[in-house]
Write a protein of this length. Structure first.
Length: 469
């Protein structure tokens, strides 16, 4: 693809189609893109479900032996092919040597997660010592906010987006109550302008400038789960810190999706789960980040044994030798069976880098956007034709790999018809179908198959509607 480097997606597709002598929407273009995709081999490291194994599929409509069209890495990533072997290795070790497994083997249980922190740090643009693998996402968010949210009568607000993920909303609300404040007065909520679906960067920065003296913590998502909008984390961090605020991000939908530079941007703290774009399996071990500048300034409010320095942890003196930075926030030893699949996934990330993945992602999602707009834009000449409105920003710099699609017809029925035909995506109330082609394992052919399958799904919905009338 080097000969097309630097061209906008539409121009790239037109150049390729001209070279091939076909339409930009033809399957031959997808095949060409896949053939010249330098990251295509990474897909071999993941297990793609077969259509016949998906409960909602209708084998009278599709060939069950085909791979499904898996476009839901924003919810649960595919299983890394090495995960089973690593899990079996630890189960065998447990069976054969029992407690000796704490200090023996390729991943001694007493510090197994420490071996992954350097790989995880590369994914989020941090130093290894700034990242800890521990707990679940919301637990980490609470631990971090207990230390970073220190409200006063003058500075007590937390800034978050109106449609924050419910867990984040509840965490912020409860932290405010815990400190004796009223969420109605201390939650400062960002909303899009009337008639718009996403937040404008200038409005976020304007709110920070206007309200910053009263804001204790800015707590936004890196990528908004519903709209797929990528926030300008660098600009928000700079603006917030200029006004004396701590700035943190929930990177659940950003880690492994977009190129992050948590250290270089000076972000104060962040946390993320690992089962979406990081493919660690449902409920996988989460992660937290604290910038090294806070090592001598911020300490955990709640402490546990695992925050004690490893060199003297087992002396059992009950005199805490707290590790500096985020490592001091550890509470308990991590379940090795959760470490295994995360290791399997991070090893695949380590075969490339986020810059290359992001480069492919922009073309992959741009290709999806091009096809959706080509076939399903609203057409005044055909008012009864189903159409799709993309609420995710069209600017590639303001989104990750996910597109959030709104349909002019019943979204529940569209979703069901897609599932029957082997498409795995997800629906979010009230009106969005989230489609996320993941550059780590999705292909351009996956995207083309999805759009063709969407045509069949919409046709089935139209036929059903006509029969009912």
């Amino acid at each position: 693809m080097d000969q097309f480097e630097g061209f906008p997606v539409t121009e790239t597709l037109h150049r390729i189609s001209a070279q091939l002598g076909c339409s930009p929407t033809a399957a031959e273009v997808a095949a060409f893109l896949d053939k010249h995709d330098q990251l295509r081999h990474l897909r071999e490291n993941f297990l793609v479900p077969k259509i016949q194994d998906l409960p909602p599929s209708d084998l009278s409509l599709v060939d069950g032996r085909d791979d499904c069209i898996y476009l839901v890495g924003n919810s649960l990533g595919l299983q890394p092919s090495r995960a089973r072997g690593y899990l079996q290795e630890e189960l065998d070790k447990w069976a054969k040597m029992g407690a000796h497994g704490h200090v023996l083997g390729s991943r001694p249980w007493a510090w197994a997660e420490n071996n992954l922190e350097e790989m995880m740090a590369k994914v989020v643009g941090a130093k290894a010592a700034e990242v800890a693998l521990m707990n679940g996402l919301t637990v980490n968010l609470h631990l971090l906010m207990l230390s970073f949210y220190k409200p006063t009568a003058a500075r007590h607000k937390i800034l978050l987006e109106d449609k924050a993920f419910p867990s984040d909303h509840y965490a912020v609300e409860s932290q405010i109550r815990l400190r004796g404040f009223d969420p109605q007065k201390s939650m400062l909520v960002l909303r899009p302008r009337p008639g718009e679906e996403t937040l404008r960067t200038e409005d976020i920065l304007g709110t920070i400038e206007k309200e910053g003296d009263a804001i204790a913590v800015i707590m936004l998502s890196g990528v908004q789960y519903y709209t797929g909008q990528l926030f300008d984390m660098a600009a928000i961090t700079t603006a917030g810190q200029r006004k004396g605020c701590f700035v943190g991000f929930d990177c659940a939908h950003a880690a492994g999706n977009v190129e992050l530079k948590l250290h270089d941007w000076g972000v104060d703290f962040a946390c993320w789960c690992s089962y979406k774009y990081l493919n660690s399996g449902a409920g996988g071990i989460a992660a937290a980040f604290i910038h090294e500048k806070h090592n001598d300034r911020i300490e955990p409010t709640l402490t546990g044994w695992w925050g004690h320095d490893l060199k003297t942890r087992f002396n059992m003196t009950n005199v805490l030798e707290l590790q500096s930075g985020v490592n001091g926030f550890r509470l308990s030893n991590q379940p090795v069976l959760l470490v295994c699949p995360l290791q399997a996934s991070l090893e695949v990330f380590n075969m490339t880098n986020m810059k290359e993945l992001r480069r492919k992602s922009m073309l992959l999602t741009g290709y999806l956007e091009y096809l959706i707009r080509h076939y399903y834009s609203e057409d005044a000449a055909q008012p009864n034709k189903p159409h799709v409105h993309i609420i995710t920003p069209s600017d590639p710099e303001q989104r990750g790999c996910q597109l959030s699609l709104c349909f002019s017809i019943n979204i529940q029925r569209v979703f069901q018809e897609l599932e029957k035909r082997g498409v795995v995506c997800d629906m979010r109330e009230p009106k969005v179908l989230r489609v996320a082609p993941v550059p780590l394992y999705n292909s351009f052919t996956d995207v083309h198959r999805f759009v063709k399958t969407l045509d069949f799904a919409l046709a089935a919905c139209r036929e059903e509607h006509q029969n009912q009338n």
